[in-house]
Design a protein around this ligand. Structure first.
Ligand code: UD1
Length: 402
């Protein structure tokens, strides 16, 4: 893998920002928005609510002036986790909401109790039907909310519902992921009063009204991380552009530990690998700034080719080792039990027929295929399209014949 790439816009930043557009009346412009299937599904839901949407290249125009429907049910709703952020934004704007139960990748149970509890403390009441979830609020009012776990989705939902609530909300134990800061920045551009995002305590003073805004979606830190592991596995050299270094957390250090040469500035990173990867004795996934669960499979693929034993603990989702069986088909030596995986490196990966079972695992299999001898045939690419706009094109730009 060799070359330079402008990394696509971030899925996990764009989706809650799209939900946030419902809170204001006007014409929003989002630049560098990723054209991926999850964004298309979210747009269907916005259209269902009465918005008009239009693409101009990677610029997305969302007109929320005619919002008329608190009930959304687009065909993609059940396939996508981020549907859940519409709870906070539609409640915030219309005080009533009905959404299909959120779907998403099959990486674990993915409950939404923290989302609902937070919104209930702001004054919402929910009713559960077989396939839908509906909520109402006479008024939304500020509250002191304590999250038992720094859930990204629950933090987003509380933020979305609290910006138009009466009074002040203080969210304790909030998630600190870069996507939370992006959402708060966007809400501030709309006229919201939000402080403390990026720390565990966020203060939101409700305002009467929000207006339209223009925003540049940041590049996707998980897509960037995937390609950086790809470079490490193929003894390559890549420079990724327009990627905020602060979003990568401790990833650059980890790549150095694996033996890579890393250079980086505020918005680009260069990684070169001249030798076989070194193993990492222990990596645990954790909320930001810890190692992201979304990069765990790409790391596992890379470590299966490293010299020596590595150990990964997955602490966020309980079903995130589905890639193990597929990597084994390619010659990797990995044993896993519950949330632990032991990787006996030094494998010479070989081509095989494998199956992507979820988004991030699918992308990790593609990286493994690049490092493997012979041809690999990967089915289930529809999962990868949920988050990677055009992985073939990206790989071509990085010197790979796909
Ligand atoms: C998570 C990741 C996020 C990633 C996204 C997509 C973390 C902390 N979050 O966000 O970085 O981009 O998946 O893969 O890594 N939980 C509950 N009750 C709730 C909500 C969550 O128990 O109401 C639990 C989940 O089961 C899980 C953990 O909290 O174990 C993290 O969930 P959360 O951060 O909410 O997940 P996402 O928002 O999907």
């Amino acid at each position: 893998m060799q070359g330079e790439l402008l990394v696509q816009g971030s899925k996990n930043a764009a989706l809650p920002i799209l939900a946030a557009t419902l809170l204001g009346k006007g014409i929003f412009i989002l630049h560098h928005c990723p054209r991926i299937s999850d964004v298309e599904h979210m747009l269907e839901l916005l259209e269902d609510a009465g918005c008009r949407v239009r693409w101009e290249g990677h610029m997305l125009i969302v007109d929320t002036r005619e919002l008329c429907n608190y009930r959304v049910s687009g065909t993609g709703a059940g396939k996508m986790r981020s549907t859940v952020t519409l709870l906070g934004s539609i409640l915030g704007r219309m005080h009533q909401v009905e959404i299909p139960y959120p779907g998403g990748c099959t990486i674990g149970k993915r409950p939404i109790d923290l989302h609902l509890r937070g919104l209930e403390q702001l004054g919402a009441v929910f009713e559960h039907q077989e396939h839908t979830l509906s909520g109402k609020a006479q008024i939304l009012h500020g509250a002191q909310i304590y999250l038992d776990f720094p859930s990204v989705g629950a933090t987003e939902n509380v933020l979305l519902a609290a910006v138009l609530a009466e009074g002040t909300t203080v969210l304790h134990g909030a998630a600190m992921e870069p996507e939370i800061v992006e959402l708060a920045d966007f809400l501030r551009k709309m006229g919201a009063d939000v402080h403390g995002d990026g720390t565990p305590v966020i203060t939101i003073r409700g305002v009467k009204k929000l207006h339209a805004a223009e925003y540049i979606v940041p590049s996707d830190r998980i897509v960037a991380g995937t390609y950086l592991f790809g470079a490490v596995m193929t003894m390559g050299e890549v420079r990724l552009l327009h990627i905020p270094l602060s979003h990568l957390g401790k990833l650059p250090e980890l790549l150095e530990q694996m033996g890579a040469v890393v250079e980086a500035e505020e918005d680009w990173i260069y990684v070169r690998m001249d030798r076989q990867c070194r193993s990492i004795p222990y990596v645990v996934t954790a909320p930001f700034p810890g190692f992201p669960t979304d990069l765990q499979s790409a790391l596992m693929a890379a470590l299966s080719t490293a010299s020596g034993m590595s150990f990964i603990e997955e602490k966020i989702f309980e079903a995130r080792f589905q890639i193990v069986e597929e990597l084994r088909k390619m010659g990797a030596s990995i044993s896993s039990e519950e949330s632990f995986a032991l990787i006996d490196g030094d494998a010479r990966l070989h081509g095989a027929r494998v199956e992507a079972k979820e988004l991030r695992g699918g992308a990790a299999l593609i990286m493994a295929a690049l490092a493997a001898e012979g041809e690999t045939c990967i089915s289930g690419m529809e999962y990868v399209c949920r988050g990677y706009e055009n992985i073939n094109e990206d790989l071509k730009n990085l010197g790979i014949m796909v």
